[in-house]
Design a protein around this ligand. Structure first.
Ligand code: FMN
Length: 338
């Protein structure tokens, strides 16, 4: 079901980051089986692709994915407003503007992290998007780019964009270096500055602030929430170890619901997989997101190997998933005996 303003904010206590090529609709459906409460983000969809390219298929999602936010890339207020309208009409619960992505392709279109240098434009974009939709408009940003001084630019950015009507920000707590680092290096090399994000918590009491970057366990998530942040966004750790981050999240982070059993999650995925394959889709399009499900458990290596080697074959279907599960079940049985 589509979510209201306050429930989407509650869901933002823990969110899974937008990740290009990773958090597609199949991944989000899978993550939803592990946590009913966490907020899920799409990969970035560019406003020009939607508005000028008519790529509305990029908006398709399953109703089970709610609460789900659409991340947009762009820097033209009118175009972003139109793209936001399309996202709201498609049923998304939130529209998020990407001000953090440093990739070349994104820089060439003057959007993503380069927007940290132009808060006035971001404010205009946010105001236009807010006027176009009645769902929440949020911003994901960095603490600065290149030789900017984060202590100065981040409060200025939050204050100007906040004044334009954005009340919720996700801050990736490191700079992006737009020259000389690859997008991948830009997720690891610039140092994290969580203290700065915590200081923003103190300055901007009226804003809903989530921290992102380098967070790899629920213990860390809890620590940030206890320290006063409103939300924590986890990216790579949620993708590579989805059980570790999501299977206990409903109980530990949201105080509601039960822990999810990864084996039961596999079974819950089977009807979805069958429907996808029956509609002409490939098994691997779904199972590639599930490879980390048993990370660290006996049988995990065979689970990954059986799926990686078999899922791309034309005849592959959910029977392969059950076969890949066998070593995990055997591993669990041996561990229980031992
Ligand atoms: C494969 C990949 C793709 C990403 N694509 C996006 C994207 O489309 N939009 C975005 O705002 N950030 C993107 N990011 C950055 C993540 O959202 C997140 O900010 C970053 O990975 C830091 O969080 P983490 O340390 O928890 O992974 C991407 C990250 C990865 C690993």
């Amino acid at each position: 079901m589509k979510q209201g303003f306050s429930s989407i904010r509650a869901a933002a206590r823990l969110s899974v980051a937008p990740m290009m090529d990773w958090t597609d609709r199949h991944c989000r459906y899978f993550h939803r089986q592990l946590s009913g409460q966490s907020l899920l983000y799409t990969e970035m969809v560019t406003a020009p692709a939607l508005v000028r390219g008519g790529a509305t298929h990029l908006l398709t999602f399953s109703p089970e994915e709610h609460p789900v936010a659409l991340q947009l890339g762009g820097s033209d207020p009118a175009e972003l407003a139109e793209a936001a309208r399309m996202g709201a009409a498609a049923g998304y619960d939130e529209i998020n503007l990407n001000c953090g992505c440093p990739s070349d392709r994104v820089q060439s279109g003057t959007f993503g992290a380069i927007l940290m240098t132009d808060p006035g434009r971001v404010a205009e974009c946010v105001a236009a998007m807010r006027a176009a939709v009645d769902i929440e408009v949020t911003v994901k940003c960095r603490i600065g780019v290149d030789d900017q001084t984060p202590e100065e630019v981040l409060p200025e950015f939050l204050s100007r964009v906040g004044a334009a009507g954005c009340e919720r920000f996700i801050i990736h707590a490191r700079k992006a270096w737009l020259q000389g680092l690859s997008p991948k290096e830009n997720r690891d090399i610039p140092p994290l500055d969580y203290d700065l994000v915590m200081r923003m918590r103190g300055y901007f009491q009226g804003l809903h602030l989530s921290v992102n970057g380098g967070i790899t366990s629920l213990v860390e998530v809890e620590r940030f929430l206890d320290a006063g942040l409103d939300g924590v966004m986890v990216g790579r750790a949620a993708y590579h170890d989805p059980s570790g981050i999501l299977a206990h999240a409903d109980r530990r982070i949201f105080g509601t619901g039960e822990d999810r059993d990864p084996v039961a999650v596999v079974h819950a995925m089977l009807p979805y997989i069958d429907a996808h394959v029956a509609a002409g889709g490939k098994l691997g399009q779904v199972t590639r997101h599930m490879l980390g499900l048993f990370a660290g458990q006996p049988g995990a290596r065979l689970w990954r190997r059986i799926l990686s080697e078999g899922a791309h074959k034309p005849e592959a279907n959910s029977a392969l998933v059950l076969r890949a599960l066998e070593p995990v079940l055997e591993g669990a049985a041996v561990a229980a005996e031992g």
